[in-house]
Design a protein around this ligand. Sequence first.
Ligand SMILES: C[S@@+](CC[C@H](N)C(=O)[O-])C[C@H]1O[C@@H](n2cnc3c(N)ncnc32)[C@H](O)[C@@H]1O
Length: 267
Amino acid sequence: MNSVRALRVPVGEDDSRRANRRDWDRYADEYQATHGSFLGDAGFVWGPEGQSEADLKLLGDVRGRDVLELGSGAGQCSRWVNSQGGRAVGLDLSMRQLQHSRRIDAETGVTVPQVCGTATQLPFADRSFDVVFCSFGALQFVADGAAAVAETARVLRPGGRFVFSVTHPTRWMFQDDPGEEGLVANQSYWDRTPYVEVDDETGMVNYVEHHRTIGDWVALLAAEGMALIRFEEPEWPADHDRTWGGWSRTRGLLTPGTAIFVAVLNA
Ligand SMILES: C[S@@+](CC[C@H](N)C(=O)[O-])C[C@H]1O[C@@H](n2cnc3c(N)ncnc32)[C@H](O)[C@@H]1O
């Protein structure tokens, strides 16, 4: 594989989707091999700190509920929802991630219907779901956050819940480094220019992540008639010592790494 250069440059929705689909197809096997046991085949964690939905109870009672997961990967979270009596469907951009989902369905006997698509154009009818959620899934990979939130509002039933975790927006002030270097604030929190990895040889965009401030997220939700009812910033557990990319005990004891937004669509 060619070497990559990390940059902050503007990238639009189509290019973000193209790059991230290719990247997740390429990375899926390694991702599942590295993180699969931490995630659990039918487990639901909200982020690298390891807090589970069983503990936080952010979705509400999922029994008998129609649930959609955005950026579902290998479907671990949706499988947990279905094991609790919910009716979860997963949507992901990467076919390779969905193949892993099918593999785990067969291994566990707990099945998650999956759709290959993008969070910015949901292939579902209006008012189809009681809950839409996303655990570090699609939302930080899309350029058009407004479209993703509008699509979510469209497919939710009135009074339905939208719950999502993303990299804590304050992390964008720091380098993505799990060590001491990653504790030095040297980038503006208000710089929304995406993080981009470019192939050194071809010049092609390989990977894109988009930053929104906490205020940006609140404004996007409000614009679609959603009210924020809870905002979680999970603390790093005292007995937790697992490094995941830029998330580590060193940083986690000092700064929040994950933000979880819980919103309700006006009835
Ligand atoms: C960090 S993984 C998280 C997946 C799963 N929630 C987990 O914890 O393993 C991010 C997922 O988002 C998917 N994704 C990225 N951009 C997307 C988009 N525009 N629409 C839907 N899924 C997307 C990727 O393919 C990948 O499976």
